[in-house]
Write a protein that binds this ligand. Structure first.
Ligand code: F6R
Length: 245
């Protein structure tokens, strides 16, 4: 993987936004993979700034197709912390992308057995993901592929680790409200994207970043799957890079 160390998260946001704008400038019907969580917000803000400047490539974002990485299982429809709502609020609305152009795995219990398979089929029918944004969990997950995820896994239901539920409790009124299950693109699904861009900021991510980029390939550290990808770019600030050789 190519590692890019930047001074601030904002700088990372600008760099990755530029990569996305180049992609969309080349192909206005690009398929983008969106992560949620805190880390990619700097990217979405930089894209919104480009739209405000009237960058024609940012205007063209309205024509992309998008796929979110994951969704909680069992939150009521319209719950503000459901990733469908987060994508609407942080991605579609500020970037002028019609919500029906960005798919999010369907985490409602109704039809959950087939939701993963249907999601993978939708990605394939769209022609696959051109550029996939990724964050990484402190336990090394990408998407919500928690430790123990097969590198060949497809979109499916996973159980969130206690660590991840604690990490994400900040988004909910109480830790108990964090769902126990999620629907996530599999590692195999993610590896099919043509370009992976993984972002991580802060000392809390240093260990996971070092293990993902330089550690052994192991299902115990799902982020290490990025080493299998021919085109993976890791964008980190100095604190998150601290564990790298
Ligand atoms: C979110 C996702 C997760 C997050 C990871 C880091 O769609 O797939 O892998 O990227 O949990 O979360 P933050 O960015 O909030 O530290």
């Amino acid at each position: 993987a190519e590692v890019v160390i930047v001074e601030t998260p904002e700088r990372a946001g600008e760099l990755v936004a530029e990569a996305i704008l180049e992609q969309v400038g080349r192909r206005p019907d690009s398929v983008l993979g969106f992560a949620t969580g805190s880390t990619p917000l700097v990217v979405y803000r930089a894209l919104a700034a480009a739209l405000e400047r009237g960058d024609p490539r940012a205007v063209a974002l309205s024509g992309i197709r998008g796929f979110a990485l994951d969704e909680y299982v069992g939150l009521p429809a319209g719950h503000p912390e459901s990733y469908a709502e987060v994508i609407r609020r942080e991605v579609c609305d500020p970037l002028g992308i019609p919500v029906d152009r960005v798919a999010v795995p369907n985490g409602s219990l109704d039809g959950i057995e087939t939701a993963g398979e249907r999601y993978d089929r939708a990605i394939a029918e769209a022609g696959g993901v051109d550029l996939q944004i990724l964050g990484i969990g402190t336990d090394g997950h990408i998407g919500f592929n928690e430790p123990g995820s097969s590198f060949a896994s497809r979109t499916r239901v996973k159980t969130l680790t206690e660590q991840t539920r604690r990490d994400n409790a900040r988004f909910f009124a109480s830790p108990d409200e964090v769902p126990r299950h999620c629907l996530t693109q599999g590692l195999g699904t993610i590896l099919e994207a043509r370009h992976l861009v993984l972002l991580a900021f802060g000392a809390g991510k240093a260990e996971a970043v070092a293990a993902a980029v330089e550690g052994p390939l192991t299902a115990s550290l799902p982020g290490s799957a990025v080493q299998l990808h021919p085109r993976a770019t890791i964008v980190v600030d100095e604190a998150a890079a601290a564990g790298l050789e």
